[in-house]
Design a protein around this ligand. Structure first.
Ligand SMILES: NC(=O)c1ccc[n+]([C@@H]2O[C@H](COP(=O)([O-])OP(=O)(O)OC[C@H]3O[C@@H](n4cnc5c(N)ncnc54)[C@H](O)[C@@H]3O)[C@@H](O)[C@H]2O)c1
Ligand SMILES: [Fe+2]
Length: 401
């Protein structure tokens, strides 16, 4: 049983429209003269990379732009990035993009700082010490990777997403400029937005910190539900309720873009301390086997998992319904809690998230295998308020097939 809780974040968080203009100063204060920027062809095409690159080349930093980021990056993509960075010899690594490029930045700084191969570092809380400074500039509003202590890669060999967790992986600087998300395509806006909601809901309904069971000899950076996580998650859920539909409907709605950028960062601060739970555990095997974005996979799974956890978290789900703007006056807590599930189902349908695993190309004969993989992802399953059996996981997949 744990009786104390802690809170970790990035070294510095800068938030606001045009925050990107402060990048030269930020690098100056870090003493960084050689900056390795990780981005991808879509962001170069959209002109986002240039908005970050141009002020730096004027201020005299040596900059190398790596354009080889990809959605849900594979280990091979990460290795190419590491090789290019090693050849350049940076003193800071900057991830510009969605969770995919930000995660590549963390993986790259990890291997550049501590050596070895990528696989040597897999696991929880095993990074031996601080990294070369990592700066993250999110261009989606979703993953919270700009503040989190984790990165996720796709292991194509084992058909699984692998996560590496350590508080040393938290970026030195999270620079969140909502204007960088304006060009984010409609579907990426929807998928990453529902990922942020998933982070907030999973943190808000997680097992209590006092009941968080960590077996002897195991280490983790997650710690179950605590007051600071609750506060951040509540605000994030309300912001998603108010802004996600609008951001999807009109990418140039700056108020909605800013609301979602804040929601994603707050949800990131919440989940990266409290933990993510069953939705994420169920998503990793699916994401490793079929072609689906992490956010869409989570959005597909979220309502069924909420329903599964509901009996143990009635009050919390009732609050979530209120935070999402549902009228729950006169309802019992249980009725209000069910409204939370209905509200998420409606939101999901309104923004075009897939509703069935079969629509992603999953086959029924894969479901047992997914359940067997998910049950092994203990680092996140132990955050869930209800402890599932492998048969229950299979039943959940079947329900969503
Ligand atoms: N480290 C963490 O804490 C954490 C948490 C959740 C998810 N993740 C990981 O993050 C990844 C998903 O990240 P994501 O949802 O942010 O999407 P993404 O980074 O995969 O981006 C999706 C696509 O959208 C494009 N794009 C992004 N922003 C754009 C913009 N402003 N303009 C034009 N195009 C833009 C990208 O170039 C890319 O092609 C997954 O690999 C997931 O596992 C990590
Ligand atoms: Fe996520």
């Amino acid at each position: 049983m744990r009786t104390t809780w802690t809170f970790h974040g990035p070294g510095q968080l800068l938030f606001g429209p045009h925050a990107v203009r402060q990048l030269p100063d930020v690098l100056d204060r870090l003493g960084a003269r050689r900056v390795f920027i990780i981005t991808d062809p879509a962001l170069i095409q959209a002109g986002v990379a240039e908005r970050v690159h141009a002020p730096l080349s004027r201020s005299g930093e040596a900059v190398e732009l790596f354009p080889g980021g990809e959605p849900e990056p594979t280990m091979a993509a990460a290795q190419r990035c590491i090789d290019a960075a090693r050849a350049f010899g940076p003193d800071a690594v900057l991830g510009l993009g969605g969770g995919s490029n930000m995660d590549l930045a963390k993986a790259t700084a990890l291997v550049l700082t501590h050596g070895g191969g990528l696989r040597d570092h897999f696991g929880e809380d095993r990074v031996p010490g601080p990294l070369l400074p990592v700066l993250c500039l999110p261009t989606t509003a979703g993953t919270g990777s700009e503040v989190s202590g984790s990165f996720v890669l796709t292991d194509t060999e084992h058909h699984l997403k692998v996560g590496v967790l350590s508080n040393h992986l938290r970026p030195r600087v999270a620079l969140v400029d909502p204007l960088l998300t304006v060009s984010c395509p409609r579907q990426v806006t929807a998928d990453s937005g529902i990922d942020a909601l998933t982070h907030a809901i999973e943190a808000y309904t997680a097992v209590d910190n006092a009941d968080f069971a960590l077996p002897e000899g195991e280490r983790t950076i997650y710690q179950g539900r605590h007051p600071m996580g609750d506060m951040l998650a509540e605000r994030a859920i309300a912001l998603v309720g108010r802004h996600l539909r609008r951001a999807v409907a009109d990418g140039h709605d700056l108020e909605a873009r800013e609301g979602m950028a804040l929601a994603a960062t707050l949800a990131g601060l919440a989940f990266s301390n409290v933990g993510v739970a069953l939705v994420h555990a169920l998503e990793y095997p699916v994401g490793g086997a079929v072609h689906v974005s992490h956010g869409a996979g989570n959005g597909l799974l979220l309502p069924a998992v909420m329903r599964y956890n509901l009996p143990l978290r009635v009050k919390e789900f009732a609050s979530i319904a209120r935070l999402l703007g549902e009228d729950v006056l006169g309802l019992t807590d249980h009725q209000a809690a069910e409204r939370a599930v209905a509200a998420v189902e409606r939101l999901r349908a309104d923004i075009g998230i897939p509703q069935r695993l079969r629509d992603l190309g999953a086959r029924e004969d894969q479901l047992r295998g997914f359940a067997e993989k998910a049950i092994g992802i203990r680092r996140i399953l132990r955050v869930n308020p209800r402890t599932p059996t492998v048969d229950e996981l299979e039943a959940l997949y079947r329900e969503m097939f």
